[in-house]
Write a protein that binds this ligand. Structure first.
Ligand code: NAD
Length: 448
């Protein structure tokens, strides 16, 4: 039960990107006073007036609800945020380092040290970013050596498992809460912070720091492995005349396996899985854990090869050259329900075809703007119809519902050619073939 004698902890969230903005809004929804901090003034300005600077279903509503009551605020001023709060969530990015597989932990280090130096009263620092195992232990030393005199602070780790596209629900009702490295006092604070999901039965795993860091990394490594596994099997299916989608459905009925993350196709991308498996590869190597290195290397290689396979299928569909051919590309985001194009397989394929001289026209329901920032030289359309119009070949690269339900008869009337490459095994192949399209997909033979 909540101790009514002590006021509820006030919360700061450092780094308000996909993870931090969602976490801040969810903490406000759970009843806390929250202040979000980011070094990007444009991001803060948008969030402060209740606008989410990226696409995430349900988040704008939640943000506006709490910004309008003042329970949720945003600032670029870290000193202001630390003065006003007791629990500080570190949610800054840990991207892949340039020229290395390792994660760049410098933002996490800088944010943590900055929080500590600005503490005006005792606090609890909670790492949420995904970090290589051992990072938190190192940070603990930095916390103690940067504390202002007379101030006490503890550092614990509470990794985040939210999925983009489902971030709000995942944050409000997580599958599990992992907290590592807690003392009795900090565990009690975390149980108070997560009282709402805990009350509805969310399991809490209390563990040591390295286990907490590694749970997150292993979860992503496992999901990536599942996708590369099915893509390896897809290659066998194709060679043997089997159908990988039917196979995956049949496999998925076994609850030990499960159907999710068994969709053969263009593979995984985004701001998490690719960099997280590479960071695990790198860190495992440092630790002398070589099985994880070779496993992750294979998972990465299989995944990246899928992009080349889609390029090869496109070349095949166009008789060996894409030069000056018009390619209608449906999808730029790394998956549906997001505008995130970080390491997006769809955009990667589009750019590769563009570099080979194709006229590439990309349409994505939400990720057009983010895609243009990274690849301004590609052609962009405002609708599925516009992307397909006069196309010699159509590529479905992200399984957005509107591509899945598009009318193949109407699209055939718009296109120049009659070839579609379903790189996500998501369209109704029979219906498209009946309409007159030649459909190619990964993991199924060319013939129906
Ligand atoms: P992001 O790039 O969208 O957001 C990071 C934010 O941190 C940026 O807005 C940046 O301006 C800000 N920042 C950097 N240094 C700062 C500092 N010193 N002070 C204040 N703000 C600072 O990244 P993200 O996708 O939100 O990921 C953040 C972390 O969460 C990563 O470690 C990632 O692996 C992990 N994670 C992400 C997801 C996801 O689905 N995006 C899910 C779980 C875990």
């Amino acid at each position: 039960a909540k101790n009514t004698d002590t006021p509820a902890p006030r919360i700061s969230v450092i780094g308000t990107g996909y993870l931090g903005a969602t976490h801040a809004a969810a903490m406000a929804e759970m009843g806390f006073e929250v202040i979000g901090v980011d070094t990007d003034p444009a991001k803060v300005a948008a969030l402060a007036i209740g606008e989410v600077p990226f696409f995430e279903p349900g988040l704008p509503e939640l943000l506006r609800k709490h910004v309008s009551t003042g329970r949720l605020r945003f600032t670029t001023d870290l000193a202001e945020a630390t003065a006003l709060s007791d629990v500080h969530f570190i949610c800054v990015g840990t991207p892949q380092q340039r020229g290395s597989n390792a994660a760049n932990t410098s933002y996490v280090e800088a944010a943590t040290v900055e929080v500590v130096r600005n503490l005006t009263h005792d606090g609890l620092i909670v790492g949420k970013s995904t970090v290589p195992v051992g990072t938190a232990g190192r940070l603990r030393v930095a916390v103690q050596s940067n504390l202002p005199s007379g101030i006490h602070a503890e550092l614990i780790w509470n990794p985040e498992f939210l999925r983009e596209g489902k971030a709000v629900a995942d944050t409000l009702t997580p599958d599990r809460i992992v907290i590592g490295g807690t003392s009795a006092a900090s565990e009690a604070i975390m149980r108070e912070v997560y009282a709402v999901p805990i009350a509805t039965g969310t399991p809490v795993i209390v563990c040591d720091l390295p286990t907490a860091e590694l749970v997150k990394v292993s979860a992503n490594a496992f999901l990536a492995t599942k996708i590369s596994f099915i893509n390896a099997i897809a290659e066998v299916c194709e060679a043997a005349g089997a159908n990988v989608t039917v196979l995956a459905d049949a496999l998925g009925h076994d609850i030990r396996i499960g159907r999710q993350f068994l969709n053969a196709g263009l593979g995984f991308g985004g701001g998490c899985l690719p960099k997280d498996i590479r960071a695990l590869m790198h860190r495992s190597g440092e630790l002398g854990a070589h099985s994880a290195v070779s496993l992750m290397q294979q998972v990465d290689e299989i995944n990246m090869a899928q992009r080349q396979r889609v390029i090869d299928l496109t070349l095949e569909a166009l008789g060996g050259s894409v030069l000056n051919r018009r390619i209608g590309i449906l999808g730029a985001a790394f998956k549906p329900d997001t505008d995130d194009v970080r390491d997006s397989p769809a955009l990667n394929v589009a750019a590769a075809l563009h570099l080979r001289g194709a006229q590439v026209i990309v349409f994505d329901p939400e990720a057009g703007t983010t895609a243009k920032k990274i690849f301004p030289t590609l052609g962009y359309a405002d609708s599925t119809d516009e992307a397909v119009t006069n196309a010699d070949v159509v590529l479905v690269l992200t399984e957005w519902p509107e591509f899945v339900s598009a009318d193949p008869v109407r699209l055939l009337g718009l296109a120049q050619g009659a070839s579609v490459i379903d790189a996500r095994n998501c369209i109704d192949r029979a219906a498209w073939e009946q309409a007159g399209w030649t459909v190619r997909s990964l993991g199924r033979s060319a013939q129906p």
